[in-house]
Design a protein around this ligand. Sequence first.
Ligand code: MN
Length: 736
Amino acid sequence: MIAIDLEEERKEIVRRYRRLLRKSKPFLKSGDAKIIKKAFHLAADAHKDVRRKSGEPYIYHPLEVAQICVEEIGLGTTSIVSALLHDVVEDTECTIEEIEQEFGHKVATIIDGLTKIAGTFEYGSSQQAENFRKMLLTISQDLRVILIKLADRLHNMRTLDSMPRNKQLKIASETIYIYAPLAHRLGLYTIKSELEDLYLRYSERDAFKEISNKISETSASRTKFINKFIKPIKDELTKQGFKFSIKGRPKSIHSIWNKMRAQDVPFEEVYDLFAIRIILETTTEREKSDCWQIYSIVTDFYQPNPDRLRDWISTSKSNGYESLHTTVMSRSGQWVEVQIRSKRMDDIAEKGYAAHWKYKESGKSEESALEQWIGKVRDMLGQIDCTALEFVDEFRSNLFHTEVFVFTPKGDLRILPHDASALDFAFDIHSEIGVKCIGAKVNQKIVPINYKLNNGDQVEILTSNKQKANEDWLRFVVTSKAKSRIKDELKSDKKHIAEEGKETLLRKMKNLKIESNNETYERMRRFLRVDTQFDLYYKIGIQGITNQILRDFKEEKSTRLSKRGKMLGALDAKTFEKKLKKAKGDGNDMLLIGEDMDIVDYALSVCCNPIPGDDVFGFVTVSEGIKVHRTSCPNATELMSNHGHRMIKAKWTSQQELSFATGLKITGTDRVGLINDVTGIISRELKVNMRSLAIDTDHGIFEGTIKLYVNDTRHLDKLITKLEGVDGVEKVNRFD
Ligand code: MN
């Protein structure tokens, strides 16, 4: 038992309260101090006799959270009051109505928001997702809720020591999962890296200890190094009359740890261990040119790495971050990152949104990128048609994404997540444009809708009223706006198709006098291998249904051979192989192309045009019998991985008199008589039928495409060898 000196404690509470007032004083309006005092007394009273896990009086916590709000985020009176009261409604008798009465509507809304998100998150659970979603919903009410929540979390992380181990791990992982990325996105860099470091301190204790020890061990030599490094820069900047300060400090433990892991190197080999920051006092009019001026001075002394120039002063990051970064080579052969920015930019970088807002009030910057982001969050929150887990996934992926900067035809800047496609861009402009997008013109060149945007692309969307969204689109859009809109489209589309399918089915059943009752439908679902009635209609809507299939269904002939001797209704490989064995005798479950034509309905697929000799497989399609593909067909991986149960073994019969269409591409240097020689070999010597021939010559380069019929790959190989022997021909390739 530790003896507690209550008198001393009371003094300490007052000391902390006075410190808070001192820090907030510069921006308090008249009357503000009184409200803060009232909030402090209410909180101190409500939490009276309550202690934190550490044994300290509880009121220390709200006082510290308020202090962080002021000092580290730059928030004002409303936030200080809310921070002081943030745990009152949740933990004490005090109600939200009382808060509203005493402190007004605004404070009550913020505290209500904070109370709602008070629950903790459990990694991977949907409860966590639900809580997180609730938290984000408060963004659309008042961003201060999130900022105070971050301050709350930061203080809890700073005092995590007194928690039991399992709680430590839980709180730490929530922090790295949600709060650190959120702080990053809001531009609160200092808070973000402190949260990350604290996470590491509790979750990877050894690594944390090792790295922090090494940092302090190397501190003396580093200071020496930094001083030597900045000396010439300092001298020159002073000579040129700049007002500035230079800070040199190691990168955060978390980022060093990340680098050690990513590059699998020891501490000593992490090459950019520290960053130098040059902060410049200048006017907003001059800051950009001054920063570049300093860049030029720095690179006069040290060679920059051209790949590591980051210009966030011409276009700020979407969280509002502005700075000019370069990495230069020091005289001792170490890379050093140099960050150049004005005092204003530094404030924004340190304090994020609030600082940004402050500068905005004084007339700088219009609709900023950060506000655009908050607008997007609001957009996303508006789309409630997804599960909480989906939502969190979406949101987190948007948190981590770096951005790509592109332009509209009129030159307006649009910021999209890295990996966004032309289609994302179309949806970003307007969802109606997205839905009708058929392609885009990027820097005057036509590109497909899945084109991945690059920085600086100027994008014009091409649309058509005939265009319709399809499932494929979901594979190359990354923005949540595009995804959810496409899903909506597909849903309504599917419903439409199913309705058409239902009509078709009912009509045909009536014609064939098939009774429509539950039992029929159940049998039919089994017959066509679908699970639900909706799937049945949808399938028919997509593929149609022939009278033959319905007749087969009616007569239950699906398991026997039809009167034409061909197999119908086989929908997976197993059934098919069984039937094949039955028809051809045991041990014969392989499709022989060329031979089995009379008993099996098959066709060579048009996507890869297989010819005898190619490695092939059969694929049981739903309505067109079996399709034979080359194993190298571009569609093969898709088919094999998603529909493995519908793949059947297939090979060519040896005696093959049929001919198959294929294509050859011939390139070489042009000369008189070359075309004649090439066509001569094809038609005269090898007796091959040519379907078409197209020849292009450009400045002496010859390129021909020939479509022709061959018997098998041996035949084709022979032809290729012959053609390659023609004088002037460089390369002969098969194409599909
Ligand atoms: Mn709290």
